[in-house]
Design a protein around this ligand. Sequence first.
Ligand code: PEP
Ligand code: MG
Length: 531
Amino acid sequence: MAEPLRLKAKSASPGIASGPAFLAEEPKAPSAERPDGAPAPQIAGGFGALEKAIDVSIGELERLAEGADAESRDIIDFQIEVLRDPTIAEATGARMQADENVVFAWVATLDAYIGELEAADEEQMRARAVDILDIKNRVLGALAGTPTPDFPAGSVFVGKDMEPSRFLAHDWSKGGGIALFAGSAAGHVALLARAKSVPMVVGTGRFSAEDGDPISVDGDAGAVILQAGGMLIPTPAQAPATDTQTESGELRSADGVPIQLSININDPAEIDALDPATAGVGLMRSEFSVASVADAANEERQLAIYRQVLERAGDKPVIIRMLDIGGDKPLAGLEDLPALASGLRGIRLLLAQPEIARVQARALLRTAVFGRLSVMLPMVTFPDEIDRMRDIFREEAERLGRRALPHRMPPIGMMVEVPAAALMLDTFGSAAFFSFGTNDLTQYLAASTRDSSEADTGKAAPAVLRLIAQAVKLAAGKPVSICGDMAGDPHYLPGLLAAGLRHFSVAPARRPAIRSAIIGLNADGTRAAGE
Ligand code: PEP
Ligand code: MG
Protein backbone atom coordinates (compact mmCIF):
# COMPACT_ATOMS: atom_id res chain seq x y z
CA MET A 1 0.00 0.00 0.00
CA ALA A 2 1.34 3.46 -0.90
CA GLU A 3 2.72 5.59 1.88
CA PRO A 4 0.69 8.60 2.97
CA LEU A 5 1.99 11.80 1.41
CA ARG A 6 2.82 14.54 3.91
CA LEU A 7 2.87 18.12 2.62
CA LYS A 8 4.33 20.93 4.65
CA ALA A 9 2.04 23.86 5.33
CA LYS A 10 1.63 26.74 7.73
CA SER A 11 -0.59 26.28 10.75
CA ALA A 12 -3.51 28.72 10.88
CA SER A 13 -5.62 27.05 13.58
CA PRO A 14 -4.46 24.24 15.87
CA GLY A 15 -5.88 20.72 16.09
CA ILE A 16 -6.01 17.69 13.84
CA ALA A 17 -8.91 16.80 11.56
CA SER A 18 -9.41 13.93 9.16
CA GLY A 19 -12.18 13.35 6.68
CA PRO A 20 -13.05 13.07 3.00
CA ALA A 21 -11.67 15.93 0.91
CA PHE A 22 -14.11 18.46 -0.46
CA LEU A 23 -12.52 20.19 -3.44
CA ALA A 24 -13.83 23.71 -3.76
CA GLU A 25 -14.30 25.10 -7.23
CA GLU A 26 -12.22 28.11 -8.09
CA PRO A 27 -14.42 31.17 -8.40
CA LYS A 28 -14.81 31.97 -12.10
CA ALA A 29 -13.74 35.40 -13.25
CA PRO A 30 -16.85 37.33 -14.28
CA SER A 31 -17.07 37.50 -18.05
CA ALA A 32 -18.02 40.78 -19.60
CA GLU A 33 -19.85 39.19 -22.49
CA ARG A 34 -22.48 36.53 -22.90
CA PRO A 35 -21.89 33.83 -25.54
CA ASP A 36 -24.42 35.59 -27.80
CA GLY A 37 -22.25 38.71 -27.72
CA ALA A 38 -24.63 40.77 -25.56
CA PRO A 39 -23.15 42.33 -22.41
CA ALA A 40 -23.54 40.11 -19.35
CA PRO A 41 -26.17 41.31 -16.90
CA GLN A 42 -24.67 43.07 -13.91
CA ILE A 43 -25.82 40.73 -11.18
CA ALA A 44 -24.60 42.89 -8.33
CA GLY A 45 -25.67 46.28 -9.48
CA GLY A 46 -27.90 46.06 -12.52
CA PHE A 47 -31.55 46.83 -13.10
CA GLY A 48 -31.92 43.24 -14.36
CA ALA A 49 -31.07 42.02 -10.87
CA LEU A 50 -33.90 44.11 -9.45
CA GLU A 51 -36.41 42.83 -12.00
CA LYS A 52 -35.37 39.29 -11.20
CA ALA A 53 -35.65 39.90 -7.46
CA ILE A 54 -39.13 41.38 -7.92
CA ASP A 55 -40.18 38.31 -9.95
CA VAL A 56 -38.80 35.98 -7.28
CA SER A 57 -40.68 37.93 -4.60
CA ILE A 58 -43.94 37.81 -6.56
CA GLY A 59 -43.48 34.03 -6.93
CA GLU A 60 -42.94 33.68 -3.17
CA LEU A 61 -46.03 35.76 -2.42
CA GLU A 62 -48.15 33.75 -4.87
CA ARG A 63 -47.10 30.55 -3.12
CA LEU A 64 -47.92 32.12 0.25
CA ALA A 65 -51.33 33.17 -1.04
CA GLU A 66 -52.23 29.59 -1.96
CA GLY A 67 -52.75 28.42 1.61
CA ALA A 68 -53.74 31.76 3.12
CA ASP A 69 -57.05 32.76 4.69
CA ALA A 70 -59.14 35.50 3.07
CA GLU A 71 -57.73 38.32 5.21
CA SER A 72 -54.09 37.36 4.61
CA ARG A 73 -54.85 36.94 0.91
CA ASP A 74 -56.00 40.56 0.72
CA ILE A 75 -52.69 41.74 2.13
CA ILE A 76 -50.66 39.44 -0.12
CA ASP A 77 -52.67 40.48 -3.19
CA PHE A 78 -52.04 44.13 -2.36
CA GLN A 79 -48.30 43.43 -2.06
CA ILE A 80 -48.25 41.57 -5.38
CA GLU A 81 -50.14 44.45 -7.01
CA VAL A 82 -47.57 46.97 -5.74
CA LEU A 83 -44.70 44.81 -6.98
CA ARG A 84 -46.35 44.48 -10.41
CA ASP A 85 -46.89 48.23 -10.64
CA PRO A 86 -44.05 49.38 -12.93
CA THR A 87 -43.81 52.81 -11.28
CA ILE A 88 -41.77 51.52 -8.31
CA ALA A 89 -39.25 49.75 -10.51
CA GLU A 90 -39.12 52.83 -12.76
CA ALA A 91 -38.53 55.16 -9.82
CA THR A 92 -35.74 52.84 -8.66
CA GLY A 93 -34.31 52.81 -12.18
CA ALA A 94 -34.33 56.63 -12.22
CA ARG A 95 -32.34 56.72 -8.98
CA MET A 96 -29.89 54.26 -10.48
CA GLN A 97 -29.26 56.71 -13.31
CA ALA A 98 -27.94 59.04 -10.63
CA ASP A 99 -25.18 56.54 -9.90
CA GLU A 100 -26.91 54.71 -7.10
CA ASN A 101 -26.30 51.04 -6.54
CA VAL A 102 -29.46 48.98 -7.18
CA VAL A 103 -29.86 48.11 -3.50
CA PHE A 104 -29.55 51.70 -2.27
CA ALA A 105 -31.85 52.88 -5.05
CA TRP A 106 -34.48 50.29 -4.05
CA VAL A 107 -34.22 51.15 -0.36
CA ALA A 108 -34.43 54.91 -1.00
CA THR A 109 -37.45 54.51 -3.30
CA LEU A 110 -39.33 52.29 -0.89
CA ASP A 111 -38.39 54.40 2.14
CA ALA A 112 -39.80 57.46 0.40
CA TYR A 113 -43.02 55.56 -0.28
CA ILE A 114 -43.17 54.30 3.31
CA GLY A 115 -42.58 57.86 4.57
CA GLU A 116 -45.51 59.17 2.49
CA LEU A 117 -47.81 56.46 3.81
CA GLU A 118 -46.73 57.03 7.40
CA ALA A 119 -47.48 60.74 7.06
CA ALA A 120 -50.96 60.15 5.57
CA ASP A 121 -54.01 61.47 7.41
CA GLU A 122 -56.08 58.37 6.88
CA GLU A 123 -55.50 55.55 9.28
CA GLN A 124 -56.01 52.99 6.51
CA MET A 125 -53.19 54.48 4.43
CA ARG A 126 -50.83 54.62 7.42
CA ALA A 127 -51.52 50.95 8.07
CA ARG A 128 -50.26 50.15 4.57
CA ALA A 129 -46.73 51.33 5.44
CA VAL A 130 -45.89 48.04 7.09
CA ASP A 131 -46.92 46.13 3.96
CA ILE A 132 -44.48 48.18 1.91
CA LEU A 133 -41.77 47.60 4.51
CA ASP A 134 -42.44 43.90 4.12
CA ILE A 135 -42.10 44.14 0.34
CA LYS A 136 -38.91 46.16 0.69
CA ASN A 137 -37.32 43.46 2.83
CA ARG A 138 -38.61 40.58 0.72
CA VAL A 139 -37.02 42.05 -2.41
CA LEU A 140 -33.82 42.77 -0.46
CA GLY A 141 -33.79 39.10 0.55
CA ALA A 142 -34.15 38.11 -3.11
CA LEU A 143 -31.44 40.58 -4.13
CA ALA A 144 -29.14 38.97 -1.58
CA GLY A 145 -29.47 35.85 -3.74
CA THR A 146 -28.84 32.27 -2.87
CA PRO A 147 -25.73 31.60 -0.82
CA THR A 148 -23.03 29.28 -2.19
CA PRO A 149 -24.15 25.71 -1.45
CA ASP A 150 -22.70 24.17 1.70
CA PHE A 151 -20.24 21.25 1.59
CA PRO A 152 -20.70 17.94 3.44
CA ALA A 153 -20.34 18.11 7.22
CA GLY A 154 -17.18 16.40 8.52
CA SER A 155 -15.19 16.90 5.32
CA VAL A 156 -11.90 18.70 4.84
CA PHE A 157 -12.30 21.80 2.69
CA VAL A 158 -9.53 21.99 0.10
CA GLY A 159 -9.16 25.04 -2.11
CA LYS A 160 -7.26 28.15 -3.01
CA ASP A 161 -9.09 30.28 -0.47
CA MET A 162 -12.35 30.32 1.44
CA GLU A 163 -14.91 33.09 1.92
CA PRO A 164 -15.83 33.97 5.54
CA SER A 165 -19.56 33.62 4.70
CA ARG A 166 -18.91 30.06 3.54
CA PHE A 167 -17.13 29.23 6.78
CA LEU A 168 -19.94 30.72 8.84
CA ALA A 169 -22.71 28.92 6.97
CA HIS A 170 -21.09 25.50 7.50
CA ASP A 171 -21.90 23.08 10.33
CA TRP A 172 -18.55 22.39 12.03
CA SER A 173 -20.05 20.38 14.89
CA LYS A 174 -19.37 17.16 12.94
CA GLY A 175 -15.65 17.94 12.68
CA GLY A 176 -13.68 18.61 9.53
CA GLY A 177 -10.92 21.05 8.72
CA ILE A 178 -9.51 23.40 6.12
CA ALA A 179 -6.45 23.15 3.87
CA LEU A 180 -5.80 26.14 1.65
CA PHE A 181 -3.32 26.22 -1.22
CA ALA A 182 -2.77 29.92 -0.51
CA GLY A 183 -4.51 31.87 2.26
CA SER A 184 -3.07 33.47 5.35
CA ALA A 185 -2.90 32.70 9.05
CA ALA A 186 -3.80 36.33 9.72
CA GLY A 187 -6.77 36.29 7.34
CA HIS A 188 -10.36 36.39 8.48
CA VAL A 189 -11.17 32.74 7.85
CA ALA A 190 -8.16 31.75 9.98
CA LEU A 191 -9.44 34.03 12.70
CA LEU A 192 -12.87 32.38 12.48
CA ALA A 193 -11.32 28.89 12.47
CA ARG A 194 -9.32 29.60 15.62
CA ALA A 195 -12.43 30.97 17.31
CA LYS A 196 -14.39 27.81 16.50
CA SER A 197 -11.43 25.42 17.05
CA VAL A 198 -11.52 24.19 13.45
CA PRO A 199 -8.09 22.79 12.44
CA MET A 200 -6.72 24.75 9.50
CA VAL A 201 -3.51 25.03 7.50
CA VAL A 202 -2.62 27.50 4.76
CA GLY A 203 0.06 27.83 2.09
CA THR A 204 0.14 24.16 1.13
CA GLY A 205 0.79 25.06 -2.48
CA ARG A 206 -1.42 23.45 -5.08
CA PHE A 207 -1.71 19.65 -4.71
CA SER A 208 -3.92 17.21 -6.50
CA ALA A 209 -6.59 15.21 -4.76
CA GLU A 210 -9.98 13.84 -5.72
CA ASP A 211 -13.26 14.70 -4.06
CA GLY A 212 -13.77 12.21 -1.23
CA ASP A 213 -10.09 11.22 -0.91
CA PRO A 214 -9.21 10.69 2.74
CA ILE A 215 -7.14 13.60 3.96
CA SER A 216 -5.88 14.94 7.26
CA VAL A 217 -5.09 18.46 8.36
CA ASP A 218 -2.51 18.82 11.10
CA GLY A 219 -2.98 22.34 12.42
CA ASP A 220 -0.49 21.71 15.24
CA ALA A 221 2.54 20.77 13.16
CA GLY A 222 1.43 22.56 9.98
CA ALA A 223 0.91 19.76 7.47
CA VAL A 224 -1.58 18.11 5.16
CA ILE A 225 -1.52 14.32 4.92
CA LEU A 226 -2.95 12.71 1.82
CA GLN A 227 -3.97 9.26 2.92
CA ALA A 228 -3.21 6.66 0.28
CA GLY A 229 -5.41 3.58 0.43
CA GLY A 230 -7.98 5.11 2.75
CA MET A 231 -5.78 4.94 5.86
CA LEU A 232 -6.69 7.78 8.12
CA ILE A 233 -4.63 9.13 10.95
CA PRO A 234 -6.64 8.59 14.10
CA THR A 235 -8.11 11.92 15.08
CA PRO A 236 -7.42 12.88 18.65
CA ALA A 237 -10.66 13.66 20.44
CA GLN A 238 -11.41 17.34 19.89
CA ALA A 239 -12.62 17.97 23.39
CA PRO A 240 -12.77 21.66 24.08
CA ALA A 241 -10.09 22.80 26.49
CA THR A 242 -11.58 22.72 29.97
CA ASP A 243 -11.95 25.87 31.91
CA THR A 244 -11.59 25.29 35.60
CA GLN A 245 -12.66 28.78 36.60
CA THR A 246 -15.82 28.94 34.55
CA GLU A 247 -18.23 29.07 37.46
CA SER A 248 -16.19 31.18 39.83
CA GLY A 249 -17.38 34.38 38.20
CA GLU A 250 -14.53 36.65 39.17
CA LEU A 251 -11.06 36.85 37.73
CA ARG A 252 -8.15 38.53 39.49
CA SER A 253 -4.44 38.76 38.84
CA ALA A 254 -2.13 37.02 41.35
CA ASP A 255 -1.90 40.24 43.38
CA GLY A 256 -5.68 40.62 43.49
CA VAL A 257 -6.43 43.18 40.79
CA PRO A 258 -9.80 42.52 39.07
CA ILE A 259 -9.42 41.63 35.40
CA GLN A 260 -12.29 41.39 32.94
CA LEU A 261 -12.35 38.65 30.35
CA SER A 262 -14.88 39.01 27.51
CA ILE A 263 -15.40 37.16 24.26
CA ASN A 264 -15.16 38.15 20.62
CA ILE A 265 -17.94 36.71 18.48
CA ASN A 266 -18.09 36.52 14.72
CA ASP A 267 -21.14 34.36 14.22
CA PRO A 268 -24.17 35.43 16.29
CA ALA A 269 -24.58 31.77 17.38
CA GLU A 270 -21.28 32.06 19.26
CA ILE A 271 -23.14 34.05 21.91
CA ASP A 272 -23.90 30.62 23.40
CA ALA A 273 -20.28 30.62 24.62
CA LEU A 274 -21.13 33.38 27.10
CA ASP A 275 -20.85 31.76 30.52
CA PRO A 276 -21.22 33.19 34.03
CA ALA A 277 -17.47 33.85 34.31
CA THR A 278 -17.30 35.86 31.10
CA ALA A 279 -17.73 39.61 31.48
CA GLY A 280 -19.61 40.08 28.22
CA VAL A 281 -19.05 40.44 24.49
CA GLY A 282 -16.08 42.73 23.88
CA LEU A 283 -16.42 42.59 20.10
CA MET A 284 -19.12 41.32 17.77
CA ARG A 285 -17.86 41.66 14.21
CA SER A 286 -21.14 42.58 12.53
CA GLU A 287 -19.66 42.30 9.02
CA PHE A 288 -19.77 38.51 9.31
CA SER A 289 -23.57 38.66 9.69
CA VAL A 290 -24.09 40.33 6.34
CA ALA A 291 -23.25 38.42 3.19
CA SER A 292 -24.16 41.08 0.66
CA VAL A 293 -25.07 44.71 0.29
CA ALA A 294 -28.73 43.64 0.25
CA ASP A 295 -28.26 42.27 3.78
CA ALA A 296 -26.49 45.47 4.79
CA ALA A 297 -29.52 47.43 3.56
CA ASN A 298 -31.98 45.27 5.50
CA GLU A 299 -32.74 46.95 8.81
CA GLU A 300 -35.19 44.33 10.07
CA ARG A 301 -32.82 41.46 9.34
CA GLN A 302 -30.01 43.16 11.24
CA LEU A 303 -32.31 44.04 14.11
CA ALA A 304 -33.37 40.38 14.42
CA ILE A 305 -29.73 39.19 14.54
CA TYR A 306 -28.54 41.78 17.08
CA ARG A 307 -31.64 41.42 19.22
CA GLN A 308 -31.08 37.68 19.52
CA VAL A 309 -27.50 38.33 20.72
CA LEU A 310 -28.58 40.98 23.25
CA GLU A 311 -31.41 38.88 24.62
CA ARG A 312 -29.14 35.89 25.02
CA ALA A 313 -26.51 38.06 26.77
CA GLY A 314 -29.09 39.12 29.38
CA ASP A 315 -27.59 41.70 31.74
CA LYS A 316 -24.05 41.33 30.36
CA PRO A 317 -22.68 44.10 28.16
CA VAL A 318 -22.36 43.55 24.41
CA ILE A 319 -20.23 45.66 22.08
CA ILE A 320 -21.33 45.42 18.47
CA ARG A 321 -18.86 46.83 15.99
CA MET A 322 -20.34 48.57 12.97
CA LEU A 323 -19.61 47.00 9.59
CA ASP A 324 -15.88 46.87 8.93
CA ILE A 325 -16.10 46.40 5.18
CA GLY A 326 -13.74 47.33 2.38
CA GLY A 327 -10.06 46.48 2.06
CA ASP A 328 -9.61 42.79 2.74
CA LYS A 329 -13.29 42.45 3.77
CA PRO A 330 -15.22 42.85 0.52
CA LEU A 331 -19.01 42.88 0.46
CA ALA A 332 -20.81 41.21 -2.43
CA GLY A 333 -22.70 43.78 -4.46
CA LEU A 334 -20.50 46.70 -3.46
CA GLU A 335 -17.64 45.97 -5.83
CA ASP A 336 -18.72 48.66 -8.26
CA LEU A 337 -18.79 51.52 -5.77
CA PRO A 338 -16.30 54.34 -6.36
CA ALA A 339 -15.78 54.56 -2.56
CA LEU A 340 -14.48 50.98 -2.57
CA ALA A 341 -12.30 51.49 -5.60
CA SER A 342 -10.51 54.24 -3.72
CA GLY A 343 -9.59 51.73 -1.01
CA LEU A 344 -11.82 53.05 1.77
CA ARG A 345 -12.49 50.73 4.68
CA GLY A 346 -14.33 50.70 8.00
CA ILE A 347 -15.75 54.00 9.19
CA ARG A 348 -14.48 55.89 6.17
CA LEU A 349 -16.44 53.64 3.85
CA LEU A 350 -19.53 53.96 6.09
CA LEU A 351 -19.28 57.75 5.99
CA ALA A 352 -18.72 57.74 2.23
CA GLN A 353 -21.73 55.44 1.82
CA PRO A 354 -24.03 56.73 4.55
CA GLU A 355 -27.02 54.69 3.31
CA ILE A 356 -25.41 51.60 4.81
CA ALA A 357 -24.45 53.40 8.03
CA ARG A 358 -27.97 54.78 8.46
CA VAL A 359 -29.60 51.36 8.12
CA GLN A 360 -27.19 49.87 10.65
CA ALA A 361 -27.54 52.84 13.00
CA ARG A 362 -31.33 52.37 13.03
CA ALA A 363 -30.99 48.64 13.64
CA LEU A 364 -28.56 49.28 16.52
CA LEU A 365 -30.66 52.06 18.07
CA ARG A 366 -33.62 49.70 18.07
CA THR A 367 -31.51 46.83 19.44
CA ALA A 368 -30.30 48.95 22.37
CA VAL A 369 -33.65 48.61 24.17
CA PHE A 370 -33.09 44.85 24.53
CA GLY A 371 -29.99 44.91 26.74
CA ARG A 372 -26.67 46.58 27.52
CA LEU A 373 -25.51 47.50 24.04
CA SER A 374 -22.50 49.62 23.12
CA VAL A 375 -21.55 50.41 19.54
CA MET A 376 -17.95 50.41 18.35
CA LEU A 377 -16.63 52.12 15.22
CA PRO A 378 -14.00 50.33 13.09
CA MET A 379 -10.76 51.77 11.69
CA VAL A 380 -11.25 55.25 13.16
CA THR A 381 -8.37 57.53 12.22
CA PHE A 382 -9.51 61.08 12.99
CA PRO A 383 -11.85 62.49 15.70
CA ASP A 384 -14.30 64.07 13.25
CA GLU A 385 -15.20 60.57 12.00
CA ILE A 386 -16.74 59.82 15.40
CA ASP A 387 -18.59 63.15 15.42
CA ARG A 388 -20.01 62.52 11.97
CA MET A 389 -21.19 59.04 12.94
CA ARG A 390 -22.74 60.42 16.12
CA ASP A 391 -24.69 62.89 13.96
CA ILE A 392 -25.97 59.99 11.88
CA PHE A 393 -27.11 58.19 15.05
CA ARG A 394 -28.84 61.36 16.32
CA GLU A 395 -30.64 61.92 13.02
CA GLU A 396 -31.74 58.31 12.78
CA ALA A 397 -32.91 58.36 16.42
CA GLU A 398 -35.10 61.35 15.56
CA ARG A 399 -36.45 59.53 12.55
CA LEU A 400 -37.29 56.46 14.65
CA GLY A 401 -38.94 58.76 17.18
CA ARG A 402 -41.17 60.22 14.45
CA ARG A 403 -42.17 56.67 13.54
CA ALA A 404 -42.82 55.88 17.23
CA LEU A 405 -40.36 52.97 17.13
CA PRO A 406 -38.74 52.13 20.50
CA HIS A 407 -35.02 52.91 20.55
CA ARG A 408 -32.21 54.05 22.83
CA MET A 409 -28.91 55.86 22.17
CA PRO A 410 -26.07 53.43 23.00
CA PRO A 411 -22.60 54.55 24.12
CA ILE A 412 -20.43 54.90 21.00
CA GLY A 413 -16.76 53.98 21.27
CA MET A 414 -14.00 53.15 18.86
CA MET A 415 -11.46 50.57 17.84
CA VAL A 416 -7.89 51.74 18.27
CA GLU A 417 -6.28 49.98 15.33
CA VAL A 418 -4.81 52.80 13.28
CA PRO A 419 -1.48 54.14 14.62
CA ALA A 420 -2.49 57.78 14.00
CA ALA A 421 -5.48 57.33 16.31
CA ALA A 422 -3.48 55.51 18.99
CA LEU A 423 -0.92 58.32 19.11
CA MET A 424 -3.61 60.98 19.43
CA LEU A 425 -6.10 59.18 21.67
CA ASP A 426 -6.53 62.20 23.94
CA THR A 427 -8.12 64.09 21.03
CA PHE A 428 -11.00 61.63 20.69
CA GLY A 429 -13.17 63.41 23.23
CA SER A 430 -16.45 62.11 21.86
CA ALA A 431 -15.52 58.42 21.99
CA ALA A 432 -17.15 56.75 25.00
CA PHE A 433 -14.59 53.92 25.18
CA PHE A 434 -11.59 52.44 23.37
CA SER A 435 -10.66 48.91 22.31
CA PHE A 436 -7.27 48.05 20.85
CA GLY A 437 -7.31 46.08 17.61
CA THR A 438 -3.81 44.71 17.42
CA ASN A 439 -4.38 42.85 14.15
CA ASP A 440 -4.65 46.03 12.14
CA LEU A 441 -2.45 48.04 14.49
CA THR A 442 0.39 45.59 13.85
CA GLN A 443 0.03 45.61 10.11
CA TYR A 444 -0.17 49.40 9.83
CA LEU A 445 2.65 49.93 12.30
CA ALA A 446 4.97 47.40 10.67
CA ALA A 447 4.09 48.28 7.05
CA SER A 448 2.89 44.71 6.47
CA THR A 449 -0.17 43.51 4.67
CA ARG A 450 -2.80 41.61 6.60
CA ASP A 451 -1.75 38.48 4.74
CA SER A 452 1.90 38.77 5.66
CA SER A 453 1.56 40.40 9.06
CA GLU A 454 1.88 37.10 10.91
CA ALA A 455 5.51 37.03 9.88
CA ASP A 456 6.01 40.42 11.50
CA THR A 457 3.79 40.04 14.57
CA GLY A 458 6.53 38.80 16.89
CA LYS A 459 9.09 41.32 15.70
CA ALA A 460 6.61 44.21 15.77
CA ALA A 461 5.21 43.33 19.20
CA PRO A 462 7.56 45.59 21.23
CA ALA A 463 6.54 48.58 19.11
CA VAL A 464 2.84 47.66 19.35
CA LEU A 465 3.11 47.24 23.14
CA ARG A 466 4.90 50.58 23.53
CA LEU A 467 2.23 52.31 21.45
CA ILE A 468 -0.55 50.69 23.51
CA ALA A 469 1.11 51.71 26.79
CA GLN A 470 1.33 55.33 25.61
CA ALA A 471 -2.25 55.30 24.33
CA VAL A 472 -3.67 53.86 27.57
CA LYS A 473 -2.20 56.89 29.37
CA LEU A 474 -3.99 59.18 26.89
CA ALA A 475 -7.37 57.50 27.41
CA ALA A 476 -8.20 59.90 30.24
CA GLY A 477 -9.84 57.31 32.44
CA LYS A 478 -12.33 56.13 29.81
CA PRO A 479 -12.92 52.36 29.60
CA VAL A 480 -10.10 50.69 27.66
CA SER A 481 -9.95 47.09 26.44
CA ILE A 482 -8.18 45.00 23.85
CA CYS A 483 -9.91 42.74 21.33
CA GLY A 484 -7.17 42.02 18.78
CA ASP A 485 -5.57 38.57 18.55
CA MET A 486 -2.68 39.60 20.80
CA ALA A 487 -5.13 39.49 23.73
CA GLY A 488 -5.68 35.78 23.15
CA ASP A 489 -1.99 34.87 23.18
CA PRO A 490 -0.63 34.31 26.72
CA HIS A 491 2.83 35.15 25.45
CA TYR A 492 1.88 38.86 25.18
CA LEU A 493 -0.06 39.03 28.42
CA PRO A 494 2.80 40.34 30.64
CA GLY A 495 3.38 43.21 28.20
CA LEU A 496 -0.32 44.02 27.88
CA LEU A 497 -0.81 44.03 31.66
CA ALA A 498 2.27 46.19 32.07
CA ALA A 499 0.77 48.58 29.50
CA GLY A 500 -2.15 49.04 31.89
CA LEU A 501 -4.80 46.88 30.24
CA ARG A 502 -7.35 45.24 32.56
CA HIS A 503 -10.00 44.11 30.07
CA PHE A 504 -9.26 41.41 27.51
CA SER A 505 -11.66 40.24 24.84
CA VAL A 506 -10.66 36.98 23.19
CA ALA A 507 -12.08 34.21 21.00
CA PRO A 508 -14.12 31.87 23.24
CA ALA A 509 -11.63 29.03 22.71
CA ARG A 510 -8.77 31.22 24.03
CA ARG A 511 -10.39 31.88 27.42
CA PRO A 512 -8.93 28.96 29.39
CA ALA A 513 -5.35 29.77 28.35
CA ILE A 514 -5.73 33.47 29.09
CA ARG A 515 -7.52 32.90 32.37
CA SER A 516 -4.81 30.61 33.71
CA ALA A 517 -2.08 32.97 32.50
CA ILE A 518 -3.74 35.92 34.28
CA ILE A 519 -3.93 34.18 37.63
CA GLY A 520 -0.19 33.46 37.42
CA LEU A 521 0.76 37.10 36.82
CA ASN A 522 0.73 40.26 38.86
CA ALA A 523 -1.17 43.23 37.45
CA ASP A 524 2.12 44.87 36.43
CA GLY A 525 2.85 41.86 34.24
CA THR A 526 5.52 40.34 36.47
CA ARG A 527 5.37 36.65 37.30
CA ALA A 528 3.71 35.86 40.64
CA ALA A 529 5.98 34.48 43.37
CA GLY A 530 6.21 30.68 43.10
CA GLU A 531 5.08 30.60 39.45
C1 PEP B 1 -8.10 44.03 14.96
O1 PEP B 1 -7.75 44.65 13.95
O2 PEP B 1 -7.32 43.68 15.87
C2 PEP B 1 -9.51 43.63 15.13
C3 PEP B 1 -9.97 43.13 16.25
O3 PEP B 1 -10.32 43.79 14.03
P1 PEP B 1 -10.36 42.72 12.81
O4 PEP B 1 -9.52 41.55 13.19
O5 PEP B 1 -11.78 42.35 12.62
O6 PEP B 1 -9.83 43.52 11.69
MG1 MG C 1 -9.28 45.42 12.66
